[in-house]
Every structure is written in structure tokens, then in C-alpha cells.
Design a protein around this ligand. Structure first.
Ligand SMILES: [Ca+2]
Ligand SMILES: [Ca+2]
Length: 508
């Protein structure tokens, strides 16, 4: 029974892992490069001027390096469309392009299309057809509505009924957009247009650097429904003002859920072989053509090479400026990243400090110094906390030692005082007190004596009337004065004696 239980448990675990893995895979997008819906240099156009898998017309011109969709001449229109409709649902298109012109303002603009059917090569909307069914991404150079908001990038979805409002620059019809200058940039400007699970995202690279990662989001729109099996296209137009509208590459990737890609790869062998054969034939043909050309034009061979070898002063200066700028930009970006990192760390540290401060404050109030380390559950004791505790302990120990020494000192001093007292005659200390008492008793005796005398004298005077003349007799006041003088004399003598004693002490 246990074995069966274990087996079942294992099955459940495997099943759960399977679910988790499939959930993870669902979030991963599989990309597949679609060469039949792409073009890129070198050899973008073949010798006869055709672009494999593409058709172009109007004033468009294709070369080995780029497709000039509309040249910088007045009132030009051109377009390039894929020959075949796409056979996948979700896609990502990367376009590198240059819109260049001598004027500070250019016209009219460039358009990317994904539509149910191919548009015209000389249409009314940036060189292609109006009332389209599907998506148009417009790079609108010219400010028709005078709102000073061009060059502008926008997405417009049309069901075939709407006419594009040129005079409003499509502001009422657009799905979303962003204000970005794409004219006259040192490096090609780029746009990455992604349509996946009905979400349309347009990323834009402003061409100030040649760094692949410098895309930024221009627009994002959800619930975008586009026709299935449409055509990709590019078109451009000029007006009274004219820019060159060059597209350097158009790279299409189909986007798939992992389950979908395995079915689409079911029959790769045969097609792969066919393609390899095709590619080899093409290469052979190209080499043959090159050799033929060299035979026919032996003197022309060096001239283009020589041009390649040299650059003018202004070209060099410009190149160096852009290289410098690029480096500065990268350094600034790195600094920015590092600053973000530092700020993050600081915030983390701050939060830790406030946490630990709160943790320490509470136990110290209760009076237990070493307790806070284990005070909060789930947190370990940190090194600096341990050090702090040790320091505190050492300080307490030192203070205790100092107090002990102080007490010992006090004790020895007290002992010496006691010893000294034992050696010296204590009578001397008490002598003053004894003298005062005896003095007071002497004074009392003296006074009593005087009283008795006075009383006797008074009796005698009373007994012998007329015996003594009243004048010669001692009056009471005289007697009192004499008594006080006598007392003062005694007191003075006593003080004199004390002084003498204390003076005598000094010689010990
Ligand atoms: Ca416009
Ligand atoms: Ca405008």
C-alpha cells in the first residue's frame, strides 16, 4: 500500500511540475525571423533593382544599401509592399530609417503599413492609399494643423471607412502617439513595432547613438484588432518641402507561443534543403556577376575604393564629435544606473537602521543591556551589535575598578586618620570644652559669691541704720559694673590662655 502511495505522490509531483513549466513557457514568446517579409543590406536590391519578396513603385528607388522610398524632390510619392500576405498572427517589425533634408522643416513623412490588401504606390496618405483596412504608423514631419507638435509618431487603425484627416494631422483619429524628432539624426532612427496578443507597442530609437539598446516606448495600445493575413508596406511622400525618406532595413519576426512553433516546424527538412540550394545558387550567380563586371570595367575598379579610403575634414570632425557624444551618453547612463543602485542601497540601509534602532530602544527602557540581541525573533545578532555590547561591558568593568580603587583609597585614608587620632592625645581636643564648662561653673560660683556678699552688705546696711553715710556707700550700679569688668577680665584671660595654647600647638 505504501509503495502505491509513493508512486501516486510522485505522479502528482511530476504533474504539478508539468503545469508550472507550461505556465512559465506560456509567458515566453518564441521569435522566428521571417526572411520573406524582410530586407536588409548588403545586397538589399539585386542587380536588376528588384528587392526579393518585395514590390516597389512610384518614385521609390532601391539600392544595395537602402530603399529610398521618396527622394528629396517636390511632390514625390513612393511605396514598397510585401509580395505575399503573412502566414502568422503575431509579429514584431524593426525598421531602421533616415529622414534627412536641408530645411529646418521637412515634409511630408513616412508610413509603415499592415493592411488587409496592398496599398497604392502614389496614394494620398504618405504616398499610399487612404481608407485602408488595418494599421498605419505615421512618421509625420510636417505640422499641418499648426500646433507645433511635429515631427510626430502616431498609430491609426482604420476599418476602411475613414479618410485620413491631413489638416488635423490625424489628431482625432489616432490610437496613440508620441512627439519625437526623427529628422536629420547622426545615426539611423529606428522603430520597433510589436503586435502580440492584440497589444500594439511601438518603441522608438532616436538615432543619437548607435547603441542597440536605446529604444524607448513611444506608444502602447491594448485590444487592437487587425485583419489576419495582411501585407506589410512602407510608403513616403514629399510636398512643397522635401526630405529624403530612406529605409535601411525592415526585419520581421513572427511571435509564437511555444506550442505553436513546434507545429510550424513540422516539415523543415524539405524546405530547408530547397532554401540552402536557392541561397547557394544566388551566391554563385552573384560571384559570377562580380567577376563579369571586373572583366568589363578593369579601369573603374580602383576609383570607388579610393573614395572609401579618405574622408573630408568636416566628415572626420563630425564623426569624432558623435563618437565623443556617444561615449558621454554611455558614461552618463552608467552613472545614472549606479546612482540608482546607490540610492536603493541607501534606502535599504536606512530601513535597517530604523528597524534596529526600534529594536534596541525597547529593551533598553526595561534596563536589560545585553537582552536586545535576541529581543526580536527571526533576526540574527550582527557583528557591530556584539561589539557594542562588549564595549559597554568593558566600560562598566573599568568604572567598577575605578570605584573599587576609590573605596580602597578612602579606607586607607580613614585608617591613617584613626591611627593619627590614636597617637595624639585626645584630651587636647576636648580641652576647650572642659575649660568652657569649668569656666562657666567658676563664673557661676563667682556670681553666687558676689550675690552673697551683696546680700550680706545689704543686711549690714539694714542692721546699722545711719552707720554708714549714703554717699560713701557702694551703689548697685557700681557693683554691677565692677562685676562685669571682673567677668570681662576673666574672659579675656581665658581667651589669652587659649591663644597661647593653640600657638604652642603649632610647634608640634
Ligand atoms: Ca502632417
Ligand atoms: Ca501637427
Amino acid at each position: 500500500m505504501e509503495r502505491v502511495g509513493l508512486y501516486l505522490n510522485k505522479k502528482i509531483v511530476v504533474f504539478l511540475i508539468g503545469i508550472v513549466l507550461s505556465a512559465v513557457n506560456a509567458n515566453l514568446v518564441h521569435k522566428k525571423f521571417e526572411y520573406k517579409y524582410s530586407f536588409k543590406p548588403p545586397y538589399l536590391a539585386q542587380k536588376d533593382g528588384s528587392v526579393p519578396f518585395w514590390e516597389y513603385g512610384g518614385n521609390a528607388i532601391a539600392s544595395a544599401e537602402k530603399v529610398r522610398i521618396a527622394p528629396s524632390l517636390r511632390s514625390q510619392k513612393g511605396a514598397i509592399w510585401t509580395k505575399n500576405p503573412i502566414n502568422f498572427d503575431w509579429w514584431e517589425v524593426d525598421i531602421a530609417f533616415r529622414v534627412t533634408g536641408r530645411g529646418r522643416v521637412g515634409a511630408d513623412g513616412l508610413a509603415f503599413w499592415y493592411t488587409q490588401s496592398k496599398g497604392a504606390y502614389d496614394g494620398e496618405v504618405f504616398g499610399s492609399s487612404d481608407q485602408w483596412v488595418g494599421l498605419g504608423i505615421f512618421f509625420d514631419s510636417f505640422d499641418n494643423d499648426g500646433k507645433h507638435n511635429n515631427p510626430y509618431i502616431m498609430a491609426v487603425v482604420n476599418d476602411g471607412t475613414q479618410q485620413f484627416a491631413h489638416q488635423l494631422d490625424g489628431s482625432t483619429q489616432m490610437l496613440a502617439g508620441c512627439l519625437r524628432d526623427f529628422r536629420n539624426k547622426p545615426f539611423p532612427t529606428r522603430a520597433k513595432i510589436e503586435y502580440y496578443q492584440n497589444i500594439l507597442t511601438v518603441l522608438f530609437h532616436n538615432g543619437m547613438t548607435n547603441n542597440e539598446q536605446d529604444y524607448e516606448v513611444c506608444l502602447r495600445a491594448e485590444n487592437v484588432v487587425l485583419p489576419k493575413s495582411g501585407y506589410f508596406g512602407l510608403s513616403a511622400a514629399t510636398g512643397g518641402l522635401a526630405d529624403d525618406h530612406d529605409v535601411i532595413h525592415f526585419l520581421t519576426n513572427s511571435l509564437h507561443l511555444p506550442g505553436q512553433i513546434s507545429t510550424s516546424n513540422a516539415v523543415p527538412g524539405e524546405e530547408q534543403q530547397k532554401l540552402t540550394q536557392e541561397y547557394q545558387d544566388y551566391q554563385r550567380k552573384l560571384e559570377q556577376q562580380k567577376a563579369d563586371y571586373r572583366k568589363e570595367h578593369p579601369d573603374e575598379q580602383k576609383d570607388p575604393d579610393i573614395d572609401e579610403w579618405f574622408e573630408s575634414d568636416s566628415q572626420r570632425e563630425l564623426r569624432q564629435i558623435f563618437q565623443g557624444q556617444n561615449q558621454i551618453f554611455q558614461v552618463v547612463r552608467e552613472l545614472n544606473n549606479k546612482l540608482d543602485e546607490v540610492v536603493g542601497r541607501q534606502e535599504r540601509t536606512m530601513s535597517l537602521i530604523t528597524q534596529s534602532a526600534g529594536g534596541v530602544a525597547a529593551p533598553s527602557a526595561t534596563g536589560h543591556a545585553p537582552a536586545p540581541a535576541g529581543g526580536y525573533a527571526g533576526d540574527t545578532i550582527r557583528r557591530h551589535e556584539v561589539d557594542a555590547v562588549f564595549n559597554n561591558q568593558n566600560q562598566i568593568l573599568n568604572t567598577a575598578r575605578e570605584i573599587r580603587q576609590f573605596i580602597l583609597e578612602l579606607k586607607t585614608r580613614a585608617d591613617t586618620i584613626l591611627n593619627n587620632q590614636a597617637k595624639q592625645p585626645t584630651a587636647q581636643v576636648q580641652s576647650v570644652g572642659y575649660d568652657t564648662q569649668s569656666l562657666i561653673s567658676e563664673m557661676r560660683d563667682g556670681l553666687n559669691h558676689v550675690k552673697q556678699n551683696v546680700a550680706q552688705v545689704a543686711q549690714k546696711i539694714d542692721q546699722s541704720p545711719g552707720g554708714c553715710p549714703s554717699v560713701s556707700c557702694v551703689s548697685v550700679t557700681t557693683l554691677l559694673v565692677i562685676t562685669v569688668v571682673q567677668l570681662l577680665v576673666i574672659l579675656g584671660y581665658n581667651i589669652y590662655r587659649d591663644n597661647k595654647d593653640s600657638q604652642a600647638k603649632k610647634f608640634y
